[in-house]
Design a protein around this ligand. Sequence first.
Ligand SMILES: [Zn+2]
Length: 416
Amino acid sequence: MGLKKEKQTCHVCNKDNLQEIISFGDMPVANAFLKKEDLQKPEFKYEMKVGFCEDCKMVQLVNIVPYDKYIIPDTDGIRNYAFFSSTSKSMTEHFAGMAKDIEDRFLDSNSQVMEIGSNDGIMLQAFKKNKVLGIEPSHNVAKIAADKGIDTMTEFFSEKLSEKISKERGKFKTIATTNVFLNIIDVHDFLRGTYNLLDKKGVFITEDPYIQNILSQKAYDQIYDEHIWYFSLHSLENLLNMNGMEIFDAEKQDVHGGSMRVYSCKKGDYKLTDRVKKYFEEEKENKIDTEIPYKRFADEVKVSKEKLSELLAHLKNERKRIVGYGASSKGTIVCNYCDIGTETLEYIADAKHKVGKFSPGKHIPIVSQEEVFRKDNPDYALLFIPNHLKEVVGKEKKFLEQGGRFITHWPEPRII
Ligand SMILES: [Zn+2]
C-alpha cells in the first residue's frame, strides 16, 4: 500500500480534485525528432501523467507542455505543418460527408460557415452554396487553401480574434473543428470566442478521438503532449456548460481509432436528440463519470507494457534482429514508456522526411524504408503505425515473403 497521492488542480474547473490515473514516466515531445548535431544537447522532457477530475470529469494531461516546445517555426520563422489533409483519399471523403451533413441540416442560403484549424481546406472546399471562412495558423497549409480560393486567416483562434472577426464579417451559423479542440490549452478562451461568433441557433461542431474507444482499445499511444484532453460526453458537457453552451446531439465516427462528432449550441437553442441521450446513458453504464474505467485502463496498459517487453526480450535472446517501422509520435510513446532503445531496435525505417534524424528520447536512428529496410531483410519489424497495418503489409510484401514478420504493440503485443 503506497501513500495516497495528493490531488492536483484540474485545468478545466480549477478545483483540487484531479486524481492521477497513470504516469508514463519522463517523456520527450513525441514529434521532436532530432538532428545528429542536437544529440548532445539537453532534450526537453516532462513527466507524462494522465489525471481524471472527480468534479468536471475531464481526463487530461496533468503536466501540460507549452506550445513553444512542439510548435517549432522553421528556419524562416514561419509556422509550418507537415500533414496535408487532402492527400488522404479516405479523409477527403470523410470531410465531404461532414460538409454535406452540415449543409443539409443547418444551413440556408445566407448562412456563413467557419472552420477552426481548416488545414488545406479539405472540408471547406466541399461547401458550394455558402460563404466560408477558415482559420489556420500553419502558413504552408493555409496557403494551399487560399490558392484553392478558400477565404483563410492565418491565425490562432482566440476570444480576441473572435471580436475582430465579428466586426469584420458578422456571425456564423456553424463553427466546426476536427482534431483541434483536444490540442487547445485555454479551452475557455476558445469557447468564449466560439460563443461570440455563433449566429441565432448557431451550432458548434467538434470531432475528436472518443475516450470510450481509447479505453476499450487500450490505445495508450494516443496519449502524448499535443493531446491535452480526452473527451467523454460528460466532461465535454460540463466544459461547455461553464461557457453558456450545451450538447444537443452527437454521432460516433469511424476515424482515428474511433471519434465522436459533437453538436452543441447556446443553452436552450436545440432539443436533445434521442441518439445523444442514448450515448449519455451508455457512458453512465460504463461508469465513465467515475474513476473505475480509468483505473482499469491504467492496469491494462501496464500489463501491455510487460507483455511487449517480454516478447522483445525473448526474440533478442534468440539472437533475432529487430527494427522499428514508421517514425511516428505513437512510436515515441511506446519506446519511451516500454524502455525500448538501440539495444533492441537497430533502427526505425521511415519514408522520406525524417530519414537521417533520431527518435525523441531513445535516439534510435531513422533510416530509409526504400534504401535500407527493403535491402536489409531483418527478422522482425516493430510496427509504430499499427493503424496503417493493411497498407504496410501491401507495401512490404517482399519483407514478408523473405520470412520477415511484423510485431505490434496494439491492441495486444504480438507477432502478426
Ligand atoms: Zn475539473
